[in-house]
Write a protein that binds this ligand. Structure first.
Ligand SMILES: Cc1cc2nc3c(=O)[nH]c(=O)nc-3n(C[C@H](O)[C@H](O)[C@H](O)COP(=O)(O)OP(=O)(O)OC[C@H]3O[C@@H](n4cnc5c(N)ncnc54)[C@H](O)[C@@H]3O)c2cc1C
Length: 419
């Protein structure tokens, strides 16, 4: 007789929804998915890129990061609830360059309505193309919508929401139980931590997992934003991001509108091939994690970001774009881009001083350092990681689809090889 295996999946985010759905396909598995945030329910969530700012319920509470060494911590967005960051992300998918060719269930469709700025960039720059969006019929489809909701009826799948796991209980080199904030203990044979690039190292450190390298290697894609005052009559129905210029290792994204500033759009310029690395640590065992992104700490990253910002400034000057842009600003004081545009050194200094990011956190529990190629935490018998923290390096593309594909790959390997 085949015995049953009980699995705990910690975190019902992008990867966690795939893991719970795939594991529960096997009727001999019992799967309990524990998510810290709420189930926000099925159905459309506004997919205009700025919408997440209005939607605090779907963002992790009180999350702070230090962007550059010595800087004060500042708030940071991550998804919170069933679907994780796919509840709030920009829905942009970059075409698969080959290394992650794995089927998945996330629908992809090209933006059809381009908006005034998107159309202008398409007309002006032959490199521009409509973005592929993770949606169907114009509506955002989260990982929970695509993977979890269709299988919630399974008798061997149990989903707990609003319940952060605060610690894993260990016996020697085995995890035995997941303990939630309300004191409930869930026992299992196998544990998969899918709590994201901050949540996963935080939980492992809090559980006193002593594998070296946990939290080290955190990456984000650094980016700068140039605000644009648009000519009246801009198309506010189009998705915020409808067009992309993919460069080798970087990306330019025109934003058709900004929710908080009617009549405005922006151009974001971001570096995807990054070498700077930060860390997640736990200065106080019971306190919040210290998240140090340490962006632009290498000359290569500074040069790369400067180059893509210079390119974005050139795009703003193209004739078709000038027709829809009334003025372009560097900061909230309204400093015009002309203050730096012709001087690469000034552009570099501005980029370093105003760097933000694409919210693409990865690599804080890298495969090869913290876990093996099956996501198994080194030194532990029944503990796996499956989320963006596992990437050995930051993908040089928008990371959401690679995260989904990682979860598809690992769950299929666990089926074949055992976990
Ligand atoms: C604002 C924003 C915009 C983005 N835009 C894009 C984009 O356009 N294209 C793209 O490709 N990528 C984008 N990304 C990145 C992409 O969404 C992420 O890389 C991906 O979703 C990460 O998946 P994950 O499973 O690692 O983590 P998440 O999807 O973040 O899931 C982690 C889950 O774990 C839960 N959790 C955390 N700690 C605990 C705990 N202790 N107990 C229980 N549950 C816990 C969280 O609540 C969350 O639901 C964006 C991200 C953000 C935040």
């Amino acid at each position: 007789m085949t015995s049953r295996t009980r699995w705990i999946v910690v975190g019902g985010g992008s990867a966690g929804c795939v893991v719970a759905a795939r594991l529960s396909e096997d009727p001999f598995n019992d799967v309990v998915l524990i998510e810290a945030g709420a189930d926000h329910g099925p159905g459309p969530v506004p997919d205009r890129g700025g919408a997440f700012l209005e939607d605090q319920l779907r963002t992790a509470p009180d999350l702070m990061v230090v962007r550059r060494p010595g800087e004060e911590p500042q708030p940071y967005l991550q998804g919170f609830g069933l679907g994780g960051s796919s509840l709030i992300h920009g829905c942009i998918a970059t075409p698969d360059p080959g290394q992650y060719e794995i089927d998945h269930l996330i629908p992809l469709e090209p933006a059809t309505r381009l908006g005034s700025l998107g159309s202008a960039v398409m007309d002006a720059d032959p490199r521009a193309r409509p973005v592929l969006l993770t949606r169907a019929g114009g509506q955002r489809i989260t990982a929970a919508d695509a993977y979890l909701r269709p299988v919630l009826h399974r008798p061997n799948l149990f989903v707990v929401t609003g319940s952060p796991v605060v610690q894993l209980g260990l016996r020697g080199w085995r995890a035995e139980r997941a303990i939630t904030a309300d004191g409930i203990e869930y026992q299992a044979d196998r544990f998969v931590v899918c709590a994201g690039a901050i949540g996963t190292p935080t939980l492992l450190l809090r559980s006193r997992i002593d594998t070296p390298g946990i939290g080290e290697g955190l990456h984000d894609h650094p980016a700068c934003t140039i605000a644009l005052e648009l000519e009246p009559g801009t198309d506010v129905v189009a998705p915020t991001i409808s067009v992309v210029i993919d460069r080798n290792g970087s990306q330019i994204l025109p934003l058709n509108h900004l929710n908080l500033a009617p009549g405005h759009g922006a151009i974001m310029a971001g570096q995807l091939a990054v070498t700077s690395a930060g860390r997640v640590s736990l200065p106080d065992h019971d306190g919040p994690p210290l998240v140090e992104l340490h962006q632009l700490t290498t000359a290569a990253d500074i040069a790369g970001l400067t180059d893509v910002v210079l390119d974005a400034l050139r795009v703003i000057e193209l004739d078709a774009v000038r027709e829809v842009v009334r003025s372009a600003y560097l900061d909230a004081d309204g400093t015009p881009v002309s203050a730096i545009a012709d001087d690469a050194d000034l552009v570099r200094d501005w980029a370093v001083g105003h760097v933000t990011g694409f919210h693409h956190l990865t690599s804080s529990c890298p495969e090869g350092v913290v876990a093996d190629q099956f996501g198994r935490v080194l030194g532990y018998d029944n503990l796996m990681i499956c989320d963006a923290s596992l990437f050995p390096r930051s993908p040089t593309r928008n990371p959401y689809i690679p995260v989904i594909q990682l979860a598809e790959r690992l769950t299929s390997q666990w089926r074949v090889h055992g976990a």
